[in-house]
Design a protein around this ligand. Sequence first.
Ligand code: PMP
Length: 359
Amino acid sequence: MRAFNFSAGPATLPTEVLEQVQAELLDWRGLGLSVMELSHRGPEFMEILARSEADLRDLLNIPSEYRVIFCQEGASAHWDMIPLNLLQGKKRADYIETGYWSYRAIEEGRRYCQVNIAASNRSDQFCAIPLQQDWRLDPDAAYVHYCSNETIDGLEFHWIPDTGSVPLVVDMSSHFLSRPVPIQRFGMVYAGAQKNIGPAGLSLVIIRDDLLHPAAPGTPFLMDYHAQVLANSMLNTPPTFTIWVAGLVFQWIKRQGGLEAMEARNREKSEALYAALDRSDFYRTTVKRIDRSHMNIPFHLRDPALDEKFLKEAEQHHLLQLRGHRVVGGMRASIYNAMPMAGVQALIAFMNDFEQRHG
Ligand code: PMP
């Protein structure tokens, strides 16, 4: 049987997609070989790549002046690639600090430029997103970087910052494709695959044409967005299997009714789980209500001495990978697109039962 997998990533994939992969693995479309064995320059894989991009464009309504890049690097590599590609001779960039992942981007950005932390919630223990009116943006910054869903801390931007003419760059790794977003508000969007896109080994970039220029001298050639766009993401052998599965996930999302339908489902799931957490003082969450993530829900047991027992019993109920990230401890339920409502209901039933026995 398939368990319910609450991992933050590599995360649960739609069962339907895994079944399709299984069915087509040995003999793709009667060719007598698998997608993994196709030449990346051949017409079959070119068709897979084009279809994946077309479906992604459709889902997100990506305007024609934006390019899509399928990158082999994980999301972390973009913390270097962004300054290397977007500084374009400028010396300063703005960063918003809202949790662990936005901080990692800041640390890496410091290798290339003067980082201005225009807003931070560090003194607030990463519990609330700083209001835009308190941000100190630099009008001469090359870009403004933020992370719209902090996977570890459980914060999500339910609004889009206004940065005027300075390009807005966003790490959407952990809520990409969970709801519609107006791409035209961003200079660049990037996301690692292993949450809502597909298997690990891929990240996606959506970047506006006017930001594409040759990267800083000395940039490794694979890290140059401009060159990747010119080569249609094929400067070298791309992760063909992962791109194929990502494309199947895009088709699955379309069959579910697209991003509006995903948003409604995701809202229903997260509201049910937050309601269960709010009902009890046996469990607690620290994120300010309006900034709560619909994807990653960290929570703590009142008595941390029960943590291991909770995790062990959860596993016996086929509720897997609920351990919180090591930097914050406690628990975390990641409920991405592919987590069905039944999984959230099973978790809530288990939590209520655990509380009754130990509360
Ligand atoms: N950004 C966010 C928001 C993440 O959640 C993660 C990983 N969980 C990363 C960046 C780093 O991703 P990767 O491991 O693909 O480099």
